[in-house]
Write a protein that binds this ligand. Structure first.
Ligand code: CDP
Ligand code: CDP
Length: 209
């Protein structure tokens, strides 16, 4: 049986952290779909045409160095606007989602476009200021020289591009459980996510009896 857990939300909301913990809790795999767009964005910065880069993407590309940089994040959100780029990445994500035993996928459009039939959908969010502060702290810890205002401006710019695109814009699915992590630490956010998934499992099991 497959059980897909879709976790969407804006940049640095805590999707990846929560997804990894939820995947470990339920003993299933986790796909960070942002890496697909980051890998294509990175190839674009190297001069490769984005649609061709998306069509030629292989799993090893998701392990390339530098995918976590702010420059690649901006490039990712630019290639993510192109419908042909998105279309080229759909099959891989859907196949992962339907793995037997279940899977967690995090991104922007998992609950709305990639897996509208996902058994559990979460939308993880936080204020732009809190998210920018988290990204700023991460960059500083990694030794990257940045200032907070630049990180905040880039976060807002990427949110606006992701939410306003015509194809698969960032938005919660109608049936998503919203988790605002602005004032939650990681443990509290993970506990809410696990509880929301448990509830969905109980409902689905109850329906099947
Ligand atoms: O995947 P996404 O970009 O949504 O966020 P993330 O990489 O999971 O989290 C961004 C940063 O926020 C990480 O450094 C997390 O440790 C931190 N975080 C937090 O401080 N409090 C939370 N409730 C969730 C994440
Ligand atoms: O880690 P963070 O939340 O900052 O970004 P990410 O999840 O790695 O995504 C990078 C960019 O890829 C986003 O700003 C989106 O433009 C795009 N993306 C998308 O369009 N659809 C997804 N399912 C995942 C990411």
């Amino acid at each position: 049986m497959s059980f897909t857990i879709a976790i969407d939300g804006p940049a640095a909301a805590g999707k990846g952290t929560i997804s990894k913990a939820v995947a470990a809790h339920f003993g299933v795999g986790h796909l960070d779909t942002g890496l697909l767009y980051r890998a294509v964005g990175r190839r674009m910065l190297d001069g490769v045409e984005p649609i061709e880069a998306a069509q030629a993407l292989v799993a090893e590309d998701l392990e390339a160095e530098g995918l976590r940089s702010p420059e690649v994040a901006q490039a990712a959100s630019k290639v993510a606007v192109i419908p042909e780029v998105r279309a080229a990445l759909v099959d891989f994500q859907r196949a992962y989602a339907r793995r037997s035993g279940g899977a967690v996928l995090d991104g922007r459009d998992i609950g709305t476009v990639i897996c509208p039939e996902a058994e559990a959908k979460l939308f993880v969010t936080a204020s732009a200021e809190v998210r920018a502060r988290r990204r700023f702290d991460e960059l500083q810890a990694a030794g990257v020289e940045v200032d907070y205002d630049t990180v905040l401006a880039e976060t807002r710019e990427r949110d606006a591009r992701d939410a306003s695109r015509a194809d698969a814009p960032l938005r919660p699915a109608e049936d998503a459980v919203i988790i605002d992590t602005s004032e939650l630490d990681i443990a509290a956010a993970v506990a809410r996510a696990v509880a929301a998934v448990d509830l969905r499992r109980a409902i689905i099991q109850g329906d099947g009896e």
